[in-house]
Design a protein around this ligand. Structure first.
Ligand code: MRU
Length: 359
């Protein structure tokens, strides 16, 4: 298991949020952070579905990785040696896991990749144990590639950051949301490795507080200069001149460059534009969905009203109040200065530039 301690102050040795061990999936229960560090062992697709749905694991790349391993667990439950039946079981498990959350396209991307691998394997002469081992290797490849991809996103983002800069981020697009490094937080970790001091301002991110509980936690653990803000303070710190760039992650980028990310991101983008501050989005290619034309076509998850009326166990609104609780919003492409990926940095017009990333 990954530890949190490090010998060198600038060495990034984070907690791993999702990994395979022996015959089961291990998830760090992110709902309990930062107070408790609890690792869960998951052995069935149902447990993985629930872990994604209840946000024990969250963040677009991390839920894709968890779902991929969940599909492997589905294949392992198939007891016969018939590869056709095994494939049907894997495909059925993928369809089931795809219903766990709707917005992050990485979930569907990872499940499609597992399905394709399963189809190819089922057409081979492998026996049941071999099929499951090979599918597990594919899920592990998805996890390992994400770590590498995130580091490359960080390398491509790093030129936008200078020593002493103030950078605001929203939600958690860090190591906890990915295999390692994160997307939006990857350049902070790389800058820190190089001895640069970036002052990060983390929005607390109502109502689930990913900024306060996760971003503030993981940056503080890494020894990075981080200041926590309530969401409604971003305009104030921008007007003071403390913020030179905003960088966020995303759950899905549409073909026209509209960006779905944690609720509140759109407001931050509008504020950044009003203050002449660049607004960067960092993501892997697996988050770019060229099959979705614009942000209007991205399904937005709505979560229980209790997250707002009695978040973390304390009632803070009248009983019976009507609540609207979308988990994500859409930032229109005109607010996005650049999208930073593992394959390079793209700018408007996004229709063309995003497509070029896949050529
Ligand atoms: O609801 P969450 O916590 O899964 O939302 C996460 C985000 O909005 C992240 O910014 C996004 O998934 C990118 S993670 C690299």
């Amino acid at each position: 298991m990954s530890g949190m301690t490090s010998g060198n102050a600038n060495t990034y040795a984070p907690l791993s949020s999702v990994y395979w061990e022996g015959d089961h999936l291990v998830l760090l229960d992110q709902r309990l952070l930062p107070e408790e560090i609890v690792y869960l062992q998951l052995s069935t697709p149902e447990e993985v579905w629930e872990g994604i749905h209840s946000m024990k694991v969250r963040g677009a790349p991390a839920i894709g990785i968890a779902a991929a391993f969940g599909a492997v667990l589905g294949g392992m439950q198939y007891e016969s040696v018939d590869s056709k039946g095994w494939l049907e079981q894997v495909v059925k498990t993928c369809a089931y896991l795809a219903t766990s959350r709707p917005t992050a396209v990485n979930l569907f991307w990872a499940l499609d990749r597992i399905k394709l691998a399963a189809e190819q394997l089922a057409a081979s002469n492998l026996e049941a144990a071999g099929l499951n081992a090979a599918l597990l290797a594919e899920a592990e490849a998805i996890r390992a590639e994400d770590e590498d991809v995130c580091r490359r996103i960080g390398e491509n983002a790093l030129p936008f950051f200078e020593d002493g800069m103030g950078v605001l981020t929203h939600c958690n697009a860090g190591g906890l949301a990915t295999a390692k490094y994160g997307t939006a937080l990857a350049p902070m970790y790389l800058a820190h490795e190089q001895g640069l001091n970036i002052k990060v301002f983390a929005d607390e991110t109502r109502p689930v507080l990913q900024g306060a509980r996760l971003t503030a936690f993981e940056l503080q653990q890494a020894g990075i200069d981080v200041t926590l803000l309530a969401d409604n303070m971003a305009a104030m710190v921008m007007s003071k001149g403390w913020i030179q760039a905003v960088i966020v992650g995303t759950d899905r980028v549409a073909a026209n460059g509209d960006v779905a990310n944690k609720i509140g991101t759109y407001g931050v983008a509008v504020l950044a534009k009003a203050h002449g501050i660049p607004f960067y989005v960092a993501c892997p290619l697996s988050t770019i969905d060229l099959n979705t034309a614009s942000g209007a076509d991205i399904p937005i998850e709505e979560r229980p009203g209790e997250e707002i009326t009695e978040g973390f166990g304390k009632r803070t609104a009248p009983q019976g109040i009507k609540v609207y609780n979308p988990a994500f919003d859409i930032t229109p492409n005109e607010y996005v200065t650049a999208i930073i990926t593992e394959k390079g940095v793209v700018k408007a017009p996004y229709h063309e530039s995003l497509k070029s990333l896949f050529e």
